[in-house]
Design a protein around this ligand. Sequence first.
Ligand SMILES: NC(=O)c1ccc[n+]([C@@H]2O[C@H](COP(=O)([O-])OP(=O)(O)OC[C@H]3O[C@@H](n4cnc5c(N)ncnc54)[C@H](OP(=O)(O)O)[C@@H]3O)[C@@H](O)[C@H]2O)c1
Length: 338
Amino acid sequence: MGYKVAVVGATGNVGREMLQILAERNFPVSQAVALASERSIGSEISFGDEDLRVQDLAKFDFAGTDIVLSSAGAKISAQFAPKAAAAGAVVIDNTSHFRMDPDVPLVVPEVNPEAIAGYKKKGIIANPNCSTIQMVVALKPLHDLARIRRVVVSTYQSVSGAGKEAMDELFTQTRAIYVNDPIEKRQFTKQIAFNVIPHIDVFMDDGTTKEEWKMMVETKKILGPSIKVTATCVRVPVFIGHAEAVNVEFENPISADEARAVLRKAKGVSLIDHRADEGYVTPVESAGDDLVFISRLREDITVENGLNLWVVADNLRKGAALNAVQIAERLVKDHLSK
Ligand SMILES: NC(=O)c1ccc[n+]([C@@H]2O[C@H](COP(=O)([O-])OP(=O)(O)OC[C@H]3O[C@@H](n4cnc5c(N)ncnc54)[C@H](OP(=O)(O)O)[C@@H]3O)[C@@H](O)[C@H]2O)c1
């Protein structure tokens, strides 16, 4: 027995990864369905040994579908997710649309798996933003130990976080620079090749970007409303893997050694922290891996109880597709029975 699983946005960066991870982890799938826009109708996408023919989301009938893994953009989710839920499916949504809805749980299985039970209100579970996911996986064991008061984070986010066309733009601009062609900008506001851009998603009234706001509010919803977060989110010319420099201030004393001890035992975390050349993890090394890597852990002596750490993960896997599949695994184990 298995579940009929539909992947919305199956031709995209996250959707392809979702199908690959479902197959890799032997998720109990009785039938897999690949959905995208009408542009992709008839194209084929791999699912394990099978090739799935892509169908049009707009014409798809969700009756009989058990689980929908969705990543086709916030506007698309706003339209189809309630319809899919009304037809009886549980939707695990990767977009930002439902994340702050009080009737939709926002889940990272290593951090707040108990929240999944809240899916019954709307039939929807939200997957957090990629940068939030890897940060809260790293912070949860430290919060349990010494209660986090404030987080100051700067991100170094890869272009794959902005979709497949953004990856093409980094490639094309890089090539253009070498052959002296003009640089064209479509996905990013400034040249991304050999540059960094402190602007992800739209600006808000107070000057924060929406990506930065997401890290603040999502961390509160997942880890605890009293935690203050201030973020600066930056796009960097890396294809896959987000990095974060995180400064954490705690209510209670915590030493670097105590932090290391809890992180070594934490779920989903790999502590690689040697004070030597190559004794830390970079985004390139995280690509294709499922873990959140923590390096450069050290005490911050400028505040009473402070730590600095460097957090790296594959944004398409733990930051998106893997987290969604892990939610689906918990959902079928604890809530759906077949
Ligand atoms: N990349 C990440 O790290 C990450 C992390 C967390 C969340 N997310 C979120 O996941 C979503 C997708 O990201 P991505 O990186 O996979 O983007 P992407 O590579 O650009 O893929 C977009 C997908 O959405 C589909 N789509 C677009 N318009 C559609 C429509 N009108 N009807 C049906 N399908 C449509 C596309 O289908 P066609 O090929 O047919 O156009 C494609 O499958 C975004 O909301 C993003 O914010 C991404």
